[in-house]
Design a binder for this molecule. Structure first.
Ligand code: A3P
Length: 288
């Protein structure tokens, strides 16, 4: 396709399309040929919408809530990103790695008959204001982003769709239109924050992995902010040791757009949000 080069290494998938990683560009043909297996489970999100939290939840549900097993292997290996590069021991992967992952049917007991065999997608959305703040901190944390701007600059680039993985709205709105598909579960980060148990119950039912009360209790403890932020298998602190993250800041932090936006920036973001939601019934909770 006619890639538009935005800055070193980044490319758009097509004019007006998504800004993707150099790895995506290099593996482009393989991605086009990538065989989606009917019995896989996918966690699909725009960045900073609770990807890590949901990956850990889904992995635990599929793996009998075995927290000890989870701790032995980084989440990026247990639930690899399709589009991100290998980073030493935090290996994520281009397509060939997926060949070695057991399908959900063999580990979760779903999809054992042709009728029940399907690809499951858990899509997680988060309000755009917290996504902007969280993604800005992410850019400051990851050395490879080389971000030396301030939040205001970053928000402007974000609203112009010039930040990696943008545009935000087409990503979320595409999933929103598919939310009633039987193989898709659409959930919100804000609901996970308000009622984690309720969202875990939904995801467990969707994956065909109901929990005993004892396992539910353990899983909720495991997924609590304080425990996830200390859990080295998921909190990305290893990135500081192996050198791809700056020492200041943390991957698991507390979202808080209200402490970051000036009234003027907030008004501009409100106008951008309103314009993008004008023709849809999708609404976000911004006030958590
Ligand atoms: P903030 O940076 O706003 O705090 P992703 O995994 O998609 O990159 O999303 C990261 C965001 O999810 C971060 O948001 C992080 O703090 C938040 N997060 C991760 N685990 C969480 C948990 N257990 N409870 C609440 N928020 C969590």
């Amino acid at each position: 396709t006619d890639n538009i080069i935005l800055s070193e290494g980044l490319a758009r998938s097509e004019p007006g399309g998504f800004v993707l990683t150099p790895e995506f560009g290099r593996n482009y043909d393989e991605f086009l040929d990538f065989q989606i297996r009917k019995d896989d489970a996918w966690v699909v999100t725009f960045p900073k919408c609770g990807t890590t939290w949901t990956q850990e939840m889904v992995w635990m549900l599929i793996n009998d809530c075995d927290a000890e097993l989870a701790k032995q292997t980084p989440l990026t290996v247990r639930a690899p990103f399709l589009e991100v590069s290998r980073v030493e021991s935090m290996e994520s992967s281009p397509p060939e790695m997926f060949e070695f992952m057991p399908p959900v049917s063999s580990i979760a007991g779903v999809g054992n008959s042709p009728e029940s065999s399907y690809t499951l997608v858990v899509y997680v959305a988060r309000n755009p204001k917290d996504v902007i703040v969280s993604f800005y901190h992410h850019h400051k944390l990851m050395k490879m982003q080389g971000c030396d701007g301030n939040l205001e600059n970053f928000a402007d680039y974000f609203m112009k769709d010039q930040v990696i993985f943008c545009p935000y709205f087409p990503h979320i709105l595409d999933a929103w239109t598919k939310r009633s598909h039987p193989n898709m579960l659409f959930i919100f980060y804000e609901d996970m924050k308000k009622d984690l148990r309720g969202e875990v119950e939904k995801v467990a039912k969707f994956l065909g992995k109901p929990l005993t009360e004892e396992k539910m209790f353990k899983l909720l403890e495991h997924l609590k902010f304080d425990n996830i932020s200390k859990n080295e298998s998921v909190n990305f602190e290893i990135g500081k040791k192996i050198g791809f993250m700056n020492q200041d800041g943390a991957f698991i932090r507390k979202g808080d757009w209200k402490n970051h936006f000036s009234p003027e920036l907030n008004r501009r973001i409100d106008a951008w949000v309103e314009a993008n939601l004008a023709e849809t019934d999708l609404r976000f909770e911004m006030e958590l």
